[in-house]
Ligand binder design. Structure first.
Ligand SMILES: [Zn+2]
Length: 79
């Protein structure tokens, strides 16, 4: 097993560990993880945007129905 030393407390740490089991210091940079996090956050934003678009579409449908009802009411009133 490959080992290295924790930069903070000098505990011998398994090279595959990301964090020191003794003091919790980060042993390795983890760009892959932050990339994964970025992408899942982006996915979250996309879902939120899609949710807002769906809501807007639903509102537009109701608005169109209201406009139709208003037009019909105007026709009746102007008769
Ligand atoms: Zn440590």
């Amino acid at each position: 097993m490959e080992v290295e030393f924790c930069p903070r407390c000098s505990t011998v740490v398994n090279r595959s560990y990301l964090y020191c089991p003794s003091c919790g210091a980060r042993i390795h940079e983890v760009p892959e993880f932050s990339q994964v996090l970025d992408e899942s956050l982006k996915g979250l934003k996309d879902r939120e945007i899609q949710r807002q678009i769906n809501r807007l579409n639903a509102l537009l449908c109701r608005l169109a129905a209201l406009e139709d009802a208003l037009d019909a009411w105007e026709l009746v009133r102007n008769r």
